[in-house]
Every structure is written in C-alpha cells, then in structure tokens.
Design a protein around this ligand. Structure first.
Ligand SMILES: NC(=O)c1ccc[n+]([C@@H]2O[C@H](COP(=O)([O-])OP(=O)(O)OC[C@H]3O[C@@H](n4cnc5c(N)ncnc54)[C@H](OP(=O)(O)O)[C@@H]3O)[C@@H](O)[C@H]2O)c1
Length: 353
C-alpha cells in the first residue's frame, strides 16, 4: 500500500471538523497533517476536542499561512473543508491558487454550501450574498455519493445533511418512475445540525424536550434539494420541504411522501429501493421503520417504505455529522483519490448513545 496522503481539515473548532478528526484517526490511507483554525491558531487541538486527545498527540491548530505552506510543500493533499458558507469559497480558492503556483495537487471536498450550486446567481439568490469564488464553481460536482458514480470534476461539494437524508429517499422514487413528480418532505434534525455556537433559537434549553418546524416551505436547503434531485434523477419534480428541530443531539429522520405512479405494495417499493442501493456499502433498506439510534455516529443510512395502494411514505435516517457531513465527505475523498469508498468508514453505530 502506498504512503498515506496528508489530510488538511478546515473549520478547525467546529462540530463537523471534530467528526472529521475522529474519522481520520481510524483511516488507513489518510494521515491528519493539519487542522486550520481561524480563531485559535497555535492552541492545542485537544482543547477544542478533549475526547480526541489520545488520537491528536499534542497537535496544535494551524494558521492559514501554515496551511498554505503545507499545500505548497506536499505534491498531493486531501483537503476536507468544514468552514461556514460564505467563508469556505474564498478559503478554498486561496488554497487552490497557492497550490497551482507551487505546482502541487490538492483534492478538495467542501462540506459547506458554497460549491453546491453550479450557478453563482442562484447561490446569491438563496444565500443573500455574492459567491466568493464564482470562477471555481465548474471545478466542483455536488451529489450524494450513492447517486453519482464518478465525479466529472477534480473536487466535490458535499450536499449537506438534510439533503442527504431526503435525496436518499427521493432520487430512487423519481429515477425508477415510482411516483408522481410532486413529493412532500418532513425532516427532523438534532441540535448539532446548527453547529457549535449557540444562538437564541438553537441553544440547548430552547431545543431540549421540544419539537417544532422552522422555515416551512421556505428553507434555504429546499432549492439545493430540488436542484440535486433533478440532476440525480433526470426529473424536474416539485419537492415541498418542511424541516423540524428535534429534541436530540445527533441524527436526521426524513419522511418523504408522494402519490404512486402505479399501484404498488410496501414490499415492492422496499425491494425496488434495496435493488437501487445494492451496489453500495452504506445504504440499508429495512422492513421495519428505521431509527436514528441505529445509525448515529456511523456513515450508514437506513430506509424503509410503506404504501396504502395510492401513496408511498419513505422513511430515511442518517447521522447529520457523519453521513450528512464528515463521513460523506471522506467517502467522496476516498473515491476522488482512487481508494475503496468505504475506507475508514465501516464502523457500525453503537446503538446506545
Ligand atoms: N452541523 C451539521 O450537521 C452540518 C451538516 C452538513 C454540513 N454542515 C456544514 O459544515 C460546515 C461546518 O458546520 P459546523 O456545524 O461544524 O459549524 P460550527 O460548529 O459552527 O463550526 C464552524 C467552524 O468554522 C470556523 N470558522 C468560523 N468563522 C470562520 C472564518 N471567518 N474563517 C475560517 N473559519 C471560520 C470556526 O472554527 P475556527 O474558528 O477554529 O476556524 C467554527 O468553529 C458549515 O458550512 C455547515 O453548513 C454542517
């Protein structure tokens, strides 16, 4: 086996960055080389992630300049970017520009929203600010790994957590022509979906022991879900998306409902879903309704389906921080680097979190 490729994590003290570090600690072909922090360069990485101290061996957060020096010195690097949207585009642009000048070849997977749209005007409309590096958009593809065999670009944008859970259900229904092209999605996320910094609407006392919708039919991830569903299925469907805050820390449960294109039983839909995902290691189709505890902390997704003859409901669960962010990003990085896509990602969920 060749020497491990140096991995660089951006978005240092964030929740997704922490999950990237945890997964990289067990990855046989990627070796953590630097974690960039905008706010704490020079501080021990374990001060932000005490639970990872044993794997970090005294590593300190790197500054942006230290990361640039590493990018220029290493012929190949794996850059896993978990900075906020609106920051990530320029951060990645500066790394790629520096690498081009030095003649080195980083491979980037961005977990923010910055490279999900192919059109800068659509990004600006949804995110309410101009795109930070529009000339780079053509260098990124965006899809759930299970829906795009080989990326046609050197870099990839992860579709995000709500999109992953939703698209895993929506895309086979549309691509196989099982439903009318109008789907209704109700999805519930745990509180880590909002990141590390508490705000009045997202901190623990607000969300604990409660369940409520937000951004109903107007959430900024809805246009991403519609565009990615269209690209992955070839069908221009209307997808009505209602996200909810759930009283748990991690995980997403999405329920997708639609009218069947022809009468089918739940058993037939589950068999079609199982066949659709049979070639990949991470999507499991069950007879019973899937539960978030059975996937939380893992890169696995679970689906099930029920039918009443006229309509179908597909239930989909993922861990928002792993399959919906850090794990899905490493799955893409594995593919882009020519590794088995499951390298470092096959640990099952503990079940009792
Ligand atoms: N949480 C999820 O479930 C989830 C799922 C899918 C996708 N995502 C996306 O993944 C990214 C990270 O999410 P998260 O939940 O980890 O957020 P987070 O906990 O808020 O962390 C983001 C980190 O980015 C860094 N940062 C902030 N401002 C910066 C700046 N101006 N320049 C460079 N770095 C800056 C900060 O770390 P330093 O100050 O140490 O640099 C911060 O801790 C976001 O784009 C988010 O939309 C999140």
């Amino acid at each position: 086996m060749s020497a491990p490729i140096p991995a660089i994590v951006l978005g240092g003290t964030g929740y997704v960055a922490g999950e990237l570090l945890r997964l990289l600690a067990g990855h046989p072909r990627l070796a953590l080389a630097a974690v960039a922090s905008d706010s704490q360069p020079g501080a021990p990485v374990a001060s932000a992630f005490p639970h990872l101290a044993a794997a970090l061996r005294g590593l300190r957060f790197a500054s942006h300049d230290e990361v640039l020096a590493l990018i220029a010195a290493e012929p190949r690097t794996a850059v896993l970017a978990a900075a906020p949207h609106g920051v990530s585009a320029q951060l990645i642009d500066s790394l790629l520009t520096h690498a081009a000048a030095a003649g080195t070849r980083p491979t980037v997977v961005d977990i923010s929203a910055d490279y999900r749209f192919s059109d800068a005007a659509e990004y600006a409309r949804v995110y309410k600010h101009p795109h930070g590096a529009p000339a780079r958009l053509g260098e990124f593809s965006c899809a759930v790994p299970e829906h795009l065999g080989k990326a046609p670009t050197p870099h990839v944008a992860h579709p995000g957590c709500f999109s992953t859970a939703t698209l895993l259900a929506v895309v086979p229904l549309l691509r196989l022509g099982l439903v009318e092209p109008e789907l209704f999605v109700s999805a519930v996320t745990g509180s880590t979906g909002s990141g590390r910094s508490p705000t009045a609407g997202t901190h623990h006392p607000q969300r604990h022991s409660d369940l409520y919708a937000y951004g109903a039919l107007a959430h900024r991830h809805a246009p991403e879900i519609a565009a990615l569903a269209r690209a992955a299925s070839g069908t221009d469907a209307h997808i009505a998306f209602v996200p909810h805050s759930g009283p748990f820390t991690r995980g997403i449960h999405a329920t997708v409902q639609a009218r069947l294109a022809r009468p089918m039983s739940g058993e037939e839909v589950r068999a079609a879903l199982a066949e659709f995902y049979a070639g990949g290691p991470f999507v499991q189709v069950l007879d019973a309704p899937p539960r978030i505890k059975d996937v939380v902390t893992s890169n696995y997704a679970r689906l099930s389906a029920a039918c009443d003859g006229r309509s179908v409901a597909v239930m989909s669960v993922v861990d928002n921080l792993v399959k919906g962010a850090a794990g899905g990003a490493i799955q893409w990085m594995n593919r882009l680097l020519g590794f088995d896509e499951a390298e470092g990602l096959t640990a099952p969920a503990p079940g009792w979190t």
